[in-house]
Unconditional design. Sequence first.
Length: 254
Amino acid sequence: MSKRALKRQLREGAFDAGQFEGDDKIRRLPVDRGWSPLSHHNDDREQGYLKTIKAKSDGQQALINAIDAKNLVLALGPAGTGKTYLAIAKAVEALESGRVGRIVLSRPAVEAGESIGFLPGDAEDKLAPYLRPLYDALSDRLSMKRVRALMAEGAIEIAPVGFMRGRTLNNAFVVIDEAQNCTYMQLKMLLTRLGWHSTMVVTGDPNQSDLLPELSGLKPVAERLEEVGNIAVVRLGDRDIVRHPLVAEMLGVL
């Protein structure tokens, strides 16, 4: 009997499994299935999928708690501690839950110790290489199709530090990445962009600045803001590194 005939008998209720006893090559189609394509059978099914984030160290848990509790958080620590990833993950979480109306991501367009020369294209093309790490973190939380759609709607904005002056960021989750490459005055300008119903997370590693040591403003800004009770300064260490174990070993001797 063909497979089509078996399905027809199953639909019509004339299926007799006894006629196939002893034939190991015939498998009966399941009658009681746990899922039905009819909508009224799917009310108890989870329709959405969103990756949940879990802290992998005490420092990361402290950062997550600080973001939930404070409107301004400074996350300082070495490479690989998850500063940027956790900040963007919390930003996506806030946007998806409706707690904020948009995400604003910013980082300084500073070359890492070498000049890459003239870049072709318009302003967006020229800035794309500097902002690529932010796109990577976003695409890990959302699909690139979703990221493009939210950017087209204005719900996600990625901009260099130089374009932030004069703005007031209300109802937004703001992430300032690679803040060790900002001067003191640039950080002062960025921090004062914070508006109503907004959260700002500033991330950076004071020991990996591409500016001259006396020009980087992250360390002095963090030391001054640490005394303000309504601002959280979270300092991550080598024990919070979640990249390859060699990263922690290298940073311990470099």
